[in-house]
Design a binder for this molecule. Structure first.
Ligand code: 5GP
Ligand code: ZN
Length: 143
């Protein structure tokens, strides 16, 4: 897609530190890493949202992401890795070409996901919400 920075990276119009490429996905190091070696896995086909990526490509993204995580442990002596994906602006998506972050982690890297845990008022409230989600899941995703 014209004017998409990640499409330009795939096309070689913008340089990148490539880690992996196949028929469906491209992986390269993030220019502003959480930890050094932080890598992005992207579909070669432009999709704004992960929800519209065909199953084979989405599966490949996850598989390649996990393999890169293992490579980070081997090559960077990382203890672990995070797979992270922001879908939509308020979720933190800045580049509107879907991408999976693979972040190498070390016990002492001082990075924290700002995670909180809310509580449902009652089991019934949670049950109603689950029902709503199951119904919404019947609809096809759209970009
Ligand atoms: P998001 O916030 O959309 O989930 O993540 C976008 C990521 O893309 C950011 O972590 C940012 O550092 C990275 N990024 C943005 N522009 C470029 C670029 O031109 N080259 C590379 N390698 N990474 C980029
Ligand atoms: Zn794109």
């Amino acid at each position: 897609m014209k004017d998409c920075i990640f499409c330009k990276i795939i096309a070689g119009e913008i340089p990148s530190w490539k880690i992996y490429e196949d028929d469906l996905v491209y992986a390269f190091m993030d220019i502003g890493p959480i930890n050094f070696g932080h890598t992005l896995v992207i579909p070669k086909e432009h999709h704004t949202s992960t929800a519209t990526i065909p199953e084979a490509t989405a599966g490949r993204m996850f598989r390649v992401g996990a393999r890169i995580g293992v490579a980070q442990k081997r090559a960077l002596d990382a203890d672990a890795f995070n797979l992270h994906l922001a879908d939509g602006t308020c979720a933190g998506q800045v580049v509107m070409h879907a991408h999976l972050h693979v972040v190498p982690r070390n016990a002492d890297d001082t990075f924290h996901w700002n995670w909180r845990q809310l509580k449902y008022d009652t089991p019934e409230v949670a049950g109603e919400l689950a029902e709503k989600l199951r119904n919404a899941l019947k609809l096809e995703p759209q970009d």
